[in-house]
Write a protein that binds this ligand. Structure first.
Ligand SMILES: *[C@@H]1O[C@H](CO)[C@@H](O)[C@H](O)[C@H]1NC(C)=O
Ligand SMILES: *[C@@H]1O[C@H](CO)[C@@H](O)[C@H](O)[C@H]1NC(C)=O
Ligand SMILES: *[C@@H]1O[C@H](CO)[C@@H](O)[C@H](O)[C@H]1NC(C)=O
Length: 149
């Protein structure tokens, strides 16, 4: 029950933040992508989002090149975390998927070089991308960040 309640509160707060486009005083989990960022979408192979943080808890516009931290497992042709993984070499048709599970999931069709058939796989972005004081980071790679007035 307690778990369920906190999930509901978390989803409500995320919805509220997305809807009102404001930073919450105390998000449940300060570095959590889904809970502290709004307007999360893809632009090519970059993840764009407006994220809260910093000493005055303001909004920052982020552009994180996913090539910096996502590549593929060559045996399964599946998305996986990897420093400078360069997914754009292997993957097409990437989208952000809304699944019944909370969080943001990347879905792409990928194939290793020399393979003719692509496999569709998903990766939960919350597991590898963190909001550090309003800036998204991923396996040491950082986003291009602009404060919002
Ligand atoms: C984030 O901001 C806080 C307070 O402004 C500061 O103490 C902390 O060092 C910052 N963290 C990073 C990783 O920059
Ligand atoms: C990408 O999407 C297009 C349009 O839906 C589809 O025709 C194509 O087969 C997809 N490519 C791969 C590699 O899945
Ligand atoms: C981030 O928040 C989402 C949505 O509330 C949750 O599903 C996910 O487990 C959290 N991720 C981490 C790494 O805490």
């Amino acid at each position: 029950m307690v778990y369920f309640h906190s999930v509901k509160v978390g989803l409500f707060m995320a919805w509220l933040a997305a809807f009102l486009c404001v930073c919450l005083a105390a998000p449940l989990d300060q570095d959590n992508l889904s809970e502290t960022c709004s307007d999360i979408h893809l632009s090519g192979f970059s993840l764009e989002a407006t994220c809260c943080g910093g000493s005055s808890n303001q909004e920052f516009k982020n552009e994180l090149d996913l090539n910096l931290c996502i590549g593929i497992d060559y045996n399964k042709d599946a998305l996986q975390w990897g420093i400078y993984g360069k997914l754009s070499l292997y993957c097409t048709n990437c989208t952000l998927e809304k699944t019944p599970e909370p969080g943001n999931f990347l879905e792409c069709a990928c194939r290793s070089l020399g393979n003719t058939v692509s496999s569709v796989s998903t990766l939960r972005l919350d597991d590898g991308i963190k909001n550090i004081n309003g800036s998204l980071t991923c396996m040491g790679g950082g986003a291009v960040v602009h404060p919002l007035k």
